[in-house]
Design a binder for this molecule. Structure first.
Ligand SMILES: Nc1ncnc2c1ncn2[C@@H]1O[C@H](COP(=O)(O)OP(=O)(O)OP(=O)(O)O)[C@@H](O)[C@H]1O
Ligand SMILES: [Mg+2]
Length: 273
């Protein structure tokens, strides 16, 4: 069981869509942890497993509040709920004030999700990989402990010239910020998402620019710009979602990410330029 964290830099939307895509296609039990400090939006986008509304009284806020008294994996499971598509979700916060108020709660959460194998009060035991929507990451992220505790950190990058430069800047800082006490980094890499914009960057050259930050930056895959496929994860009625370009490419991406867990839980730290 492992933790895969999705995040972005300025100019690269698509984190929540990609985290939902990964949760829907994950080959093992998956729990989506909506941990974007700017606030969550899964409750507004995705129905519960029974087709009704998700229960917004359960989620990250009660977890982070309880974290002051210590947290275990069972508490995380308790605050999760099943969503349509078969995975579970811990719904996110309402906004950055809640994220800032959580303080050290993020560190307790990071420890609790590290090896999710928890029981619920109704007797279910859940062993799951945790997929984290960490949102857009700037300087001094409040949830840095959670990022650092991940087995794999995935930076989504739009194939747009400006977005690639912002992503390069974030990677340079993450190369230091993600370093653990043992000197290792989580496995860290980029997924380039197609962009229809005015200055699209070639995905291959975008990866080349980003990998030049350090040998620890991996090329983890590609996703297409596909509004129809993205609509599946935004509550839009889409016929035959499995045929969309996004879902088809998502299968390849998810296969690679899932296969790498949990064997590669740390990589030698390379030089961050
Ligand atoms: N691969 C894609 N192709 C086309 N559109 C996409 C793709 N991924 C996301 N989108 C669209 O981009 C918009 C933003 O996506 P999303 O909410 O996933 O981004 P985000 O990074 O989570 O943003 P936020 O900072 O608001 O949380 C949505 O309208 C979504 O449908
Ligand atoms: Mg989002």
């Amino acid at each position: 069981m492992g933790v895969v964290t999705f995040l972005s830099a300025k100019g690269s939307p698509g984190v929540t869509t990609t985290a939902l895509l990964a949760a829907a296609l994950w080959p093992r039990p998956a729990l989506l942890l909506e941990a974007d400090p700017a606030g969550g939006d899964v409750a507004a986008r995705v129905p519960a497993a029974d087709g009704g509304l998700l229960d917004t009284s359960r989620g990250l806020l009660p977890l982070l509040t309880a974290a002051r008294r210590g947290l275990d994996a069972a508490a995380v499971v308790e605050q999760s709920q099943p969503v349509a598509g078969g995975s579970r979700v811990v719904l996110g916060l309402t906004g950055p004030e809640q994220a800032a108020a959580a303080g050290r709660g993020w560190a307790a959460l990071a420890a609790a999700v590290g090896d999710l194998d928890g029981s619920t009060t109704d007797g279910d035991v859940l062993s799951a990989d945790v997929l984290v929507d960490a949102g857009r990451v700037g300087a001094a992220p409040v949830h840095l402990d959670l990022l650092r505790a991940s087995d794999c950190v995935v930076l989504l990058v739009r194939a747009d010239a400006a977005a690639v430069l912002h992503a390069r800047d974030r990677l340079r800082h993450l190369g230091n910020a993600l370093r653990r006490r043992d000197g290792l980094l989580p496995r860290t890499g980029v997924v380039v998402v197609g962009d229809p914009g005015r200055r699209p960057a070639d995905a291959g050259s975008a990866v080349e620019v980003l990998r030049a930050v350090g040998p620890w930056v991996e090329d983890l895959g590609r996703l297409p710009h596909d509004p129809a496929g993205a609509g599946v994860f935004a509550g839009a009625p889409v016929s035959r979602p499995e045929r969309t370009a996004l879902v088809r490419a998502g299968r390849t991406l998810v296969g690679g990410l899932a296969a790498a867990l949990p064997a590669s839980s740390g990589t030698e730290r390379g030089s961050a330029a």
